[in-house]
Design a protein around this ligand. Structure first.
Ligand code: KG4
Ligand code: ZN
Length: 326
């Protein structure tokens, strides 16, 4: 099945034409533009994001028009995300669908992350899926593309947000999470221990973690390069350990179910290395890095999965800002 995927929920404009058969995804064309304009504001400015989505998609119109006749389906993110940015993609996809009569399948962005460990893998339903992104952190039981139960969620920040906020304390430009990870990976040596929040709860929390980090930074001020690298590595380790402990609590209840990990933080090298070591008796599925951060391929894949299972909604997209499952 050939699917034109469109993703505009936040600061990434991404579209693709993919061929998917039996969960094997072949990329025919893939376009991705990451907005950099937000760096000077220290965080995403929704209106700027929407304007840039419009510019990037407008710049792609001719190319998309050329690929469109090859598509059997148009898949587009309808939420959650920034309303203005979503609207750009939704109107664009809806218009393409209406003019071409190619059916449109609206997709939930977080559900698409949760399903992404199936891309190019032998993972089958049911499975536990942890989405670790900048907007959401949750662990779910995925029975089919639309039958998804949230087992654990965050009570404050998402883990990617915690990476970004800790990175910002060092003055790294937005998005500061990957930069913090990069500095962390340059360090090898002793680490400072940061707390696991609510150790008896499956839910994530990062507010206490951030306070502990701030205190440690103040203690070490002014920072030289070595101390900064040590702090970054300790923060990265602490955040990843928090994720692992929450996954561990959930897996106790679901023996023998495989585990999928997704979202931007799933591209973190430390997490990718230590997860299999922590769960030697489980099959762990982590998508290729390109399918971890926001991408149109996972949107196309989620539409494919819902079509294959007969649960797809073929209609024009509506937009919503919040994930409906929590
Ligand atoms: O899934 P994603 O691209 O967008 C959302 O749906 O939120 O995730 C973005 C998040 C950001 O918070 C970013 O800091 C984090 O993923 N991230 C990382 C890494 N790469 C991206 N966090 C830790 N290590 C990385 N290598
Ligand atoms: Zn995302």
């Amino acid at each position: 099945m050939r699917i034109l995927g469109i993703e505009t929920s936040c600061d990434e404009t991404s579209w693709c034409l993919v061929d998917i058969d039996n969960n094997r995804l072949d990329i025919i064309k893939s376009f991705s533009y990451t907005q950099t304009v937000h760096a000077e504001y220290g965080g995403i400015v929704p209106e700027l994001s929407a304007r840039q989505q419009l510019e990037a998609l407008a710049g792609s119109v001719e190319e998309i028009r050329a690929y469109l006749p090859e598509a059997d389906v148009i898949a587009v993110t309808e939420g959650p995300g920034l309303k203005g940015s979503l609207l750009v993609g939704a109107v664009f996809a809806g218009t393409l669908s209406s003019l071409s009569s190619i059916p449109c399948v609206p997709v939930d962005h977080v559900d698409a992350h949760l399903l992404s460990p199936m891309i190019n893998s032998d993972l089958t339903f049911p499975f536990l899926s942890a989405v670790l992104s900048g907007g959401h952190s949750a662990i779910c039981l995925v029975n089919n593309p639309k039958d998804i139960t949230v087992l654990a969620r965050t009570v404050d920040d998402a883990i990617g947000e915690a990476f970004d906020k800790c990175g910002a304390l060092f003055g790294f430009n937005y998005p500061s999470g990957p930069k913090l990870a990069q500095v962390a990976d340059s360090y090898s040596g002793e680490l400072i221990k940061f707390p696991i929040a609510m150790p008896d709860s499956k839910n994530f929390s990062f507010s206490g973690f951030k306070t502990a980090v701030k205190r440690e930074l103040e203690k070490n001020f002014p920072l030289n390069e070595t101390v900064m690298a040590k702090l970054c590595a300790s923060i990265q380790n602490g955040l990843i350990q928090n994720a692992i402990e929450k996954i561990r609590l959930v897996t106790h209840e679901f023996k023998e179910v495989p585990i999928g990990i997704s979202g931007g933080v799933a591209s973190n090298s430390l997490l990718r290395r230590v997860l299999p070591e922590n769960f030697p008796d489980r099959k762990i599925y982590i998508p290729d890095r390109r399918f971890c951060v926001d991408n149109a391929e996972m949107i196309a894949f989620a539409a494919y999965q819902s079509l294959v299972h007969g649960v797809a909604e073929i209609r024009l997209p509506q937009i919503y800002s919040r994930w409906g499952r929590i």
